[in-house]
Design a protein around this ligand. Structure first.
Ligand code: GRG
Length: 291
């Protein structure tokens, strides 16, 4: 699937996810809950990043799609858990009632657990002929998602006491909560594509800048968007009393900051010519997006 357009990659990810789901053998109600959230219509930004980063460094002949699907499964788990009453208590996600409203809290917790766990099974099975690559991909994804990555960010974001005790500023919280997974996407794609250490380092910096810009724009959308365009309730940050980039810089200032982060991210791609077309497009989408 080298050099396919972004929408072709999205279609390929969606069909691959359907195939993954077809292989699930758990209780029907669990599979239904997992499928409901996974196929609810996300942008597939993270899996597209994995595939696009693999193309930048040559592609290497190894299929990035299973790793891309695994990242989307981890992302979907985090959204299901984030929406629970114990966390953000949200009613809508991806334009549909949240998983716990449809299936109940117990199944929502468990379907998130299963998506997270099955993501690693998918990687290990799909790359079994390349055990070193499989191990590197598991390390990248587990580190990004775990107690020193996304979960750490979620704790700092939801617990002001923990944030204060750790001396964590807003930027640190977002690097962990949103940036770590986006960074892992491009690092995983680069590893699948057979990247040199220098390329991985460039992808890492691109991912870090993109992740921060993504969150800054998310704060703007939370302050200015509506349910119809966002697919989730806006204003949840304000309701939860969270400090956002909009509080610090205003909407225009936050948008300017996001643009400057994206300019820096694009700089990291300047040596890759045509092979980085998709990564450049994705970076621009981060600041242009409305949902
Ligand atoms: C529960 C461990 C745990 C972590 C939750 C993802 C997350 C961490 C919280 C979601 C809340 C939020 C608004 C985070 C900021 C940015 C973000 C991750 C938005 C959702 O991702 P999109 O916009 O969503 O890519 P789609 O639905 O398109 O996949």
């Amino acid at each position: 699937m080298k050099h396919a357009s972004v929408s072709e990659v999205r279609d390929e990810i969606n069909s691959a996810l359907e195939q993954v789901i077809a292989g699930w053998q758990g209780p029907r109600v669990l599979v239904d809950a997992m499928r409901y959230s996974l196929m609810a219509g996300g942008k597939r930004f993270r899996p597209i990043l994995v595939v696009s980063a693999s193309q930048v460094v040559g592609g290497g002949g190894i299929d990035p799609v299973p790793a891309a699907c695994a990242v989307e499964m981890v992302h979907t788990y985090s959204l299901i858990h984030d929406d629970l009453p114990a966390m953000d208590d949200d009613d809508y996600r991806r334009g549909k009632p949240t998983c716990h409203l449809v299936f109940g809290e117990c199944l929502a917790v468990l379907s998130g657990d299963a998506l997270l766990t099955d993501a690693f099974t998918l990687i290990v099975r799909s790359y079994s002929s390349r055990p070193e690559l499989a191990s590197s991909l598991v390390r990248e994804l587990s580190t990004a998602a775990g107690s020193s990555g996304m979960v750490a960010g979620q704790v700092l974001d939801t617990d002001p006491g923990a944030r204060e005790a750790e001396g964590a500023d807003l930027e640190r919280v977002h690097h962990l909560k949103t940036g770590a997974l986006l960074r892992a996407c491009v690092r995983m794609g680069a590893l699948i594509g057979g990247a040199s250490e220098r390329d991985v380092a460039r992808m890492d910096r691109y991912g870090m800048l993109l992740g921060l810009a993504f969150q800054v724009v998310d704060d703007c959308l939370d302050a200015t968007g509506d349910l119809a365009t966002l697919g989730k309730d806006p204003g949840s940050d304000r309701e939860a009393g969270k400090v956002t980039y909009v509080d610090i810089m205003g909407v225009d200032g936050a948008r300017d900051y996001a643009r400057s982060l994206i300019d820096d991210a694009l700089d990291e791609l300047k040596d890759y010519g045509e092979r980085a077309v998709a990564l450049r497009w994705l970076a621009r989408r981060v600041v242009e997006r409305t949902c």
